[in-house]
Design a protein around this ligand. Structure first.
Ligand code: SDX
Length: 430
């Protein structure tokens, strides 16, 4: 796979070394820098991993300049239009679209693991009613390891796969339970006769005292949103899952760590941040003031849902979600001024030199909240929805990493800027 070599010359010593160039099937070739410390005594410096290929992967490809997103080679636009979330999860895990028999088997397995241990009810009961659902999600998902001692041998492929199935299957049940706890309603058991997204809506919005019929519009919209959020290459939370997994930690701990990383407002927490920002802006007249705040380097305010480390063009997911906003609002008849405000904000920002020059476009989080809100999902649950959908991507990367015969524990180095060696000073002399 080596393309050719790059020659690196140390101008101090005149010593030159050859560095192999590694070429993937798509995207930028990479420089294999492993030989630099041993031959030249230098480390490489890339503090936020903006140019570092942390692994080889076959799951997702992003071309940030062209706004391209492929899952196992399939364009996100085609999956969004033709697939469903469970089929996409199968594709991410196994690398191929399932045939009917494989799909039926996979969806049956997922249905069979939807229940959570009954004793977790007391776990939920221990949280204050106003605990943020992401804090509950993080805690409960990590605690799942307490119930599967017999299935956590990380050298057993069957244990790896059943753990992946358990996570994809139980996340909706846990997400719904977080919501029910936060509104003081009883936790609703899953129903195995319902499809994946229907079941989530049923567990979130049904109550024991009356019939609840899942809205097909809502189930279809959730399926689409979950496909769009399923995976995204080596983003911060997926890289976290890989790093935690590289230590041999159990999959529930890995996914709980991924949930923690996703919660940040610079990452998956942005969808909640967008709605709060739109509510703070309030009206079109206030947009210029907030655009100026976002441009002011002395102001920590950032335009939530805008910008991306990789996309320097439209995030293809945002383009699809904006279209779905229209459809959902049209089909539900909901008039949400936030949608109009978001589109006006996008229009004004994309004409502003600051955003144009820096190639800052709406990302996946910019419009998703408008849809979640139209489906009756509260703002505090937006990032929980993102975490639920991203679980299929996280477990796919975790399985890929665990299956790497050359896998080693992740251990970055540093550029040390601290004190030189010095002797201890007794307290009385300080
Ligand atoms: C997700 O990595 C993934 O794939 C993530 C994700 C996924 O699916 O996993 O796509 C999901 O996390 C999407 C991003 C959600 N976050 C937000 O919407 C929060 C608002 N966005 C910013 O915080 C920011 O854009 C980041 C965090 C997304 C990216 O940060 P970077 O890579 O540091 O931004 P950059 O290097 O592109 O910034 C270039 C310039 C800087 O200004 P200068 O130093 O050049 O003057 O643009 C500025 C930044 O300050 N900038 C913004 C901005 N985003 C970048 N200025 C105002 N508002 C913003 N939103």
């Amino acid at each position: 796979m080596s393309l050719k070599n790059l020659t690196l010359t140390d101008n101090e010593t005149g010593k030159s070394i050859e560095l192999p160039l590694l070429e993937g099937t798509l995207g930028n070739p990479t420089i294999d820098v492993k030989g630099i410390p041993g031959q030249l005594g230098y480390f490489t410096h890339d503090p936020s991993f903006g140019t570092t290929a942390s692994c080889e992967s076959r799951i997702t490809f992003i071309d940030g300049d062209k706004g391209i997103l492929l899952h196992r080679g399939y364009p996100i636009e085609q999956l969004a239009e033709k697939s469903n979330y469970l089929e996409t999860a199968y594709l991410l895990i196994h690398g191929e679209l399932p045939n009917k028999e494989q799909y039926d088997e996979f969806s049956t397995v997922i249905r069979r693991h939807t229940m959570i241990n009954e004793s977790l009810k007391t776990f939920f009961g221990g949280f204050r009613h106003d605990a943020h659902p992401m804090s509950m999600m993080m805690g409960v998902v990590g605690s799942l390891a307490a119930f599967y001692h017999e299935g956590l041998n990380m050298n057993d492929e069957e244990h790896l796969m059943i753990s992946a199935h358990r996570l994809i299957s139980k996340l909706p049940t846990i997400a719904a339970a977080c919501y029910k706890h936060s509104i003081g309603e009883p936790i609703v058991y899953p129903r195995n006769d319902l499809e994946y997204c229907e079941n989530l809506l049923y567990m979130m919005f049904s109550v024991p005292c009356e019939e609840y019929v899942v809205s097909p519009v809502a189930a279809k919209a959730l399926n689409l949103l979950f496909i769009l959020h399923a995976d995204h290459e080596q983003n911060a939370s997926t890289s976290t899952v890989r790093l935690v997994g590289s230590t041999g930690a159990n999959p529930f701990a890995c996914i709980s760590a991924g949930i923690a990383a996703l919660w940040g407002p610079a990452h998956g927490g942005a969808n909640e941040g967008v709605l709060k920002m739109l509510e703070e802006i309030g009206s079109v007249e206030n947009i210029p003031k907030f655009i100026e705040k976002a441009k002011d380097k002395n102001d920590p305010f950032r335009l939530m849902g805008f910008g991306h480390r990789v996309y320097k063009n439209f995030d293809p997911r945002a383009t699809i979600i904006r279209e779905v906003c229209y459809q959902v609002l049209e089909e539900t008849g909901i008039k949400d001024p936030m949608f109009g405000l978001a589109m006006k904000l996008e229009e004004i920002a994309l004409k502003d030199e600051y955003f144009v020059e820096r190639k800052l476009y709406p990302n996946v989080d910019f419009y998703s909240g408008v849809i979640y809100k139209a489906l009756g999902i509260p703002v505090s649950m937006f990032t929980v929805m993102f975490a639920l959908a991203r679980t299929s991507g996280w477990v796919s990367h975790w399985l890929e990493m665990m299956g790497d015969p050359d896998g080693r524990i992740g251990r970055p180095r540093q550029l040390y800027m601290g004190a030189l060696e010095r002797d201890y000073i007794p307290l009385e002399k300080r």
